[in-house]
Design a protein around this ligand. Structure first.
Ligand code: ATR
Length: 264
């Protein structure tokens, strides 16, 4: 019997997740279906309850429901616990909650882009949910991690929640250089650029935007200011999906061919 899965968000019509999981299923021979569901903003938990009643095996969760998904999961992975957010639910006797975003980011940078993060000076921009979701997996690479945020107090709160993170405002970064700069802000949505000082990109550095689909002002700034590699977040999207697929099915799909298919 075909096992059913879904992604729940609002809005959801542009989600690439159904295509990604279809390609994973074809490649691994797993008998699954996967659809996109737009839950009303005030009816996330009812939507999950309906899926469970209908026999779904799990779902992915995207904006704006990751915090609510954290609340309804009654078993949580360590990464979900530290992120306080869940992007993957697995329905067994309990509702199991996971967060695969950070693992997806680290795998994309290390495996696909080929940059080993150990001992690298990383600057993470933003102190919202996207940053919380990736902080622990980044720290586990043994990098040095600085978080900068427009509202400096929120960067300080994030640093206080994770041992080993340094908080900064953007102005005080002047004169410093980083090997990897990750944009986890929503600035790209409004076509804006976090106020990064010039000269911030170290020789050979990577600029990574967690957004995908178009060139953001951050990516353009990075190209003009000496970043050696500029990447968008499509690889992260596919890698976090692969981690979810593994949690559900116990099989790790090959992501390279899927990244290639979605880029072409
Ligand atoms: P998400 O869950 O996607 O992280 P969020 O919690 O709304 O969304 O956080 C958005 C992040 O992008 C915040 O860190 C925000 O900075 P503030 O805390 O100062 O609001 C950041 N952000 C949004 N627009 C920005 C801009 N134009 N320049 C710099 N940072 C920006």
């Amino acid at each position: 019997m075909t096992d059913r899965y879904a992604v729940i968000g609002n809005p959801i019509s542009h989600s690439k997740s159904p295509l990604i999981h279809k390609l994973f299923a074809e490649q691994t021979g797993q008998d699954i279906s996967y659809i996109a569901i737009e839950a009303p903003l005030n009816a996330f938990s009812e939507t999950v309850e309906r899926l469970i009643r209908e026999g779904y095996k799990g779902c992915n969760i995207t904006v704006p429901f990751k915090f609510e998904a954290f609340r309804i999961a009654n078993q949580k992975s360590d990464r979900a616990q530290t992120a306080q957010a869940v992007n993957t639910l697995k329905f067994e006797d309990d509702i199991h909650g996971y967060n695969t975003d950070g693992a997806g980011l680290v795998r994309d940078i290390e495996k696909n882009i080929g940059v080993n993060l150990k001992d690298k000076r990383i600057l993470l921009m933003g102190a919202g949910g996207a940053s919380y979701g990736v902080t622990l997996p980044l720290l586990e690479t043994h990098c040095t991690l600085t978080v900068a945020n427009r509202t400096a107090e929120k960067a300080r709160q994030l640093a206080a929640a994770f041992k080993g993170v340094r908080a900064s405002g953007y102005e005080s970064l002047a004169g410093e250089q980083f090997d990897v700069i990750i944009n986890a802000t929503s600035s790209g949505l409004s076509n804006e650029l976090p106020p990064l000082p010039h000269g911030i990109f170290a020789k050979g550095s990577l600029a990574y935007d967690m957004m995908y689909g178009r060139e953001t002002p951050f990516m353009a700034f990075a190209r003009a200011n000496g970043a050696a590699i500029v990447a968008d977040g499509l690889g992260m999207l596919i890698e976090q999906a692969a981690e979810a697929f593994y949690i559900w099915r116990g099989v790790m799909p090959d992501t390279r061919s899927v990244i290639k298919a979605l880029r072409s």
